[in-house]
Design a protein around this ligand. Structure first.
Ligand code: PGA
Length: 254
C-alpha cells in the first residue's frame, strides 16, 4: 500500500530559530522507526538549512515553497532550483494561490517551474483551485481543468508529481469544504490528467492532495477514499501537536 503524503506549508511564518524549535518538536513526536506516511516540511527559504539539519536523521523530507522559473542569472531577490537542490530539497510547492494572486504568478511561469523541478528531480506539488468569485460564477471546473492542463503543458516524462486541490476561499479560513466536494474535484482532476496521460501514468505517478483548513479533526474525512492521497497543510502545520495529530490520523488508517 502506498503511503499518504502530508505536506506542511509554513508560508512566511517562523524565523529560522522558531522553525528549528517547531521542526524539533515534530521530529521528537514521530516514532524513531518512522511513520507510514510521507511527511514533507516546507519552511521559508532562510529556514531551509536549519530545518534540513533537524530532520536529517528522520524520515521527514525537505520541501521549498517556491523558486524562480529561470535556472540562474541576474534575477535579484530570486532563488534557483539548483540552490534548493544543493541544500537538500526534494520537493517544491508550485503555483500556490497566494503566489498566483498576490504575486501575480501566471500559468506560463508555473509551467516553466514544473519543468525545471522535474529536470532537477524535485517533486512538484502543483496547486490548483478556484476563487470564491469563480465558484459563484459557475467556473470552478473550468478553472481547475485549465490550471492542471496549463501547468503540465509539454510535460511528458516524469517519475512523480503531485497536484493539490486547494479551493482558494477556504485557505486559512478555519473551516474546510465538504469532503464530498473535494472528492468530486479530485475526480475531475483525475479525468483531466487522463486526457493528457495514460491511465497507468496517472494511477502510478501522480498523486492528488487536498488543502485548505485541514486539521487533525477533519483530515480523516478527506483522505477516506482512493482519490485523495494526502493533504497540504498551512496553519495547522505550524502547531506541532496538531500536525502530529494529522499524521497520526492518516497513519492509523494504513
Ligand atoms: P491552510 O493553508 O491549511 O492554512 O488553510 C493551506 C495552504 O495554503 O496550503
Amino acid at each position: 500500500m502506498e503511503f499518504p503524503i502530508v505536506i506542511g506549508n509554513w508560508k512566511m511564518n517562523l524565523t529560522p530559530h522558531e522553525s528549528e524549535i517547531v521542526a524539533k518538536k515534530i521530529v521528537a513526536g514521530l516514532p524513531p522507526q518512522g511513520v507510514s506516511a510521507e511527511v514533507v516540511l516546507c519552511p521559508s527559504f532562510p529556514s531551509l538549512e536549519v530545518v534540513e539539519r533537524v530532520i536529517a536523521q528522520s524520515t521527514i523530507s525537505l520541501g521549498a515553497q517556491n523558486f524562480f522559473w529561470q535556472e540562474s542569472g541576474s534575477y535579484t531577490g530570486e532563488v534557483s532550483i539548483k540552490m534548493l537542490k544543493e541544500i537538500g530539497c526534494g520537493w517544491s510547492i508550485i503555483g500556490h494561490s497566494e503566489r498566483r494572486i498576490v504575486l501575480r504568478e501566471n500559468d506560463d511561469e508555473i509551467n516553466k517551474k514544473v519543468k525545471l523541478a522535474l529536470a532537477y528531480d524535485i517533486v512538484p506539488v502543483i496547486c490548483v483551485g478556484e476563487k470564491y468569485e469563480e465558484r459563484q460564477a459557475g467556473q470552478k471546473d473550468f478553472v481547475i481543468m485549465k490550471e492542471v492542463a496549463s501547468a503540465l503543458k509539454g510535460v511528458d516524462k516524469f517519475n512523480r508529481l503531485v497536484v493539490a486541490y486547494e479551493p482558494v476561499w477556504v485557505i486559512g479560513r478555519g473551516e474546510a469544504i465538504d469532503p464530498e466536494e473535494a472528492q468530486s474535484v479530485a475526480t475531475l482532476i483525475k479525468y483531466t490528467l487522463r486526457d493528457m496521460y495514460s491511465h497507468e501514468v496517472v494511477d502510478n505517478k501522480i498523486k492528488i492532495l487536498y488543502g485548505g483548513s485541514v486539521d487533525d479533526q477533519n483530515v480523516s474525512q478527506f483522505v477516506d477514499n482512493e482519490l485523495i492521497q494526502g493533504v497540504l497543510v498551512g496553519g495547522s502545520s505550524l502547531k506541532p501537536e496538531t500536525f502530529l495529530g494529522i499524521i497520526n490520523k492518516l497513519t492509523s488508517k494504513c
